[in-house]
Ligand binder design. Structure first.
Ligand code: SAM
Length: 234
């Protein structure tokens, strides 16, 4: 079975992420909180998937462009968003087609761990942001991946295989794990200033609705969040 086949399991992933604890009650609330007030701002949702963040950003008055590598995920995003957002296929591991300073905010939610070398996407995010523009990232927490990797080498950057079960479908996943300092170093090297790094708890309502996930998410962080900005003066 192909790894990371988001085209094949687009619907299963998207349906699950809509209401589950990990995405709906943990990742999205924190990413959107870090994005702050986006009313009237041009926002790039990089790795937008089926557009759940994009929908929330639109509802807050943002002008949203979404890009993703998976045509299957983008088809679902189109279904959800219609013409309210501009959507197209793009690989974040390659240069982007946008002009310099085309966006006020960039969101990269749960996508960068699929990319080995962060220097290309981070350089591009910085280029397409206006000076002072903000980038929010959510990604796998190095602690969580360290446990998944059998604690074999915290300092290494290497591929990890995982298997998800969603809506009765098995998804074979493969992504890059890396230590915290590799993430902060990549952000600094790309010219970003780090404003905050957060390790949130799930929303309180997860306790009743998803007790097992709530226990896990409140004792073992799964995702790590960064809010960074492009400094005014380069
Ligand atoms: C875990 S999903 C997250 C989707 C969405 N951001 C969310 O949080 O609901 C990962 C998404 O990243 C996309 N993706 C993976 N590698 C990518 C790449 N190199 N360039 C663009 N998108 C990529 C996948 O197609 C998938 O839609």
């Amino acid at each position: 079975m192909d790894k990371n086949d988001y085209d094949r399991f687009a619907r299963a992933y998207s349906d699950d992420a809509e209401h589950n604890a990990f995405n709906a009650l943990y990742e999205r609330p924190e990413s959107l909180r870090l994005m702050g007030d986006v009313a009237g701002l041009r926002v790039l949702d990089a790795g937008c998937g089926s557009g759940a963040h994009a929908a929330a950003l639109l509802a807050r008055g943002a002008i949203v462009t979404g890009i993703d590598k998976s045509s299957g995920m983008l088809a679902l995003a189109r279904e959800r968003l219609g013409s309210a957002a501009t959507l197209f296929e793009a690989d974040l591991a390659a240069p982007l087609r946008f002009a310099d300073g085309a966006f006020d905010r960039v969101l990269a939610a749960l996508v960068l761990h699929y990319i080995e070398d962060w220097s290309v996407p981070l350089r591009e995010f910085r280029r397409v942001l206006v000076p002072g523009g903000k980038l929010v990232i959510s990604t796998h927490h190095p602690f969580c991946d360290h446990v998944l990797a059998g604690s074999r080498d915290y300092f290494g950057t290497f591929l990890l295989d995982d298997r998800w079960e969603k809506g009765g479908e098995i998804m074979e996943m493969r992504y890059w794990r890396r230590p915290l300092h590799a993430m902060t170093a990549a952000l600094s090297a790309a010219g970003f200033t780090i404003d905050t790094i957060t390790e949130p708890l799930p929303l309180p309502e997860a306790r009743e609705r998803f007790p097992a996930d709530y226990r896990l998410l409140s004792t073992q962080p799964q995702f790590l969040f960064f809010a960074v900005h492009r400094p005014d003066a380069d």
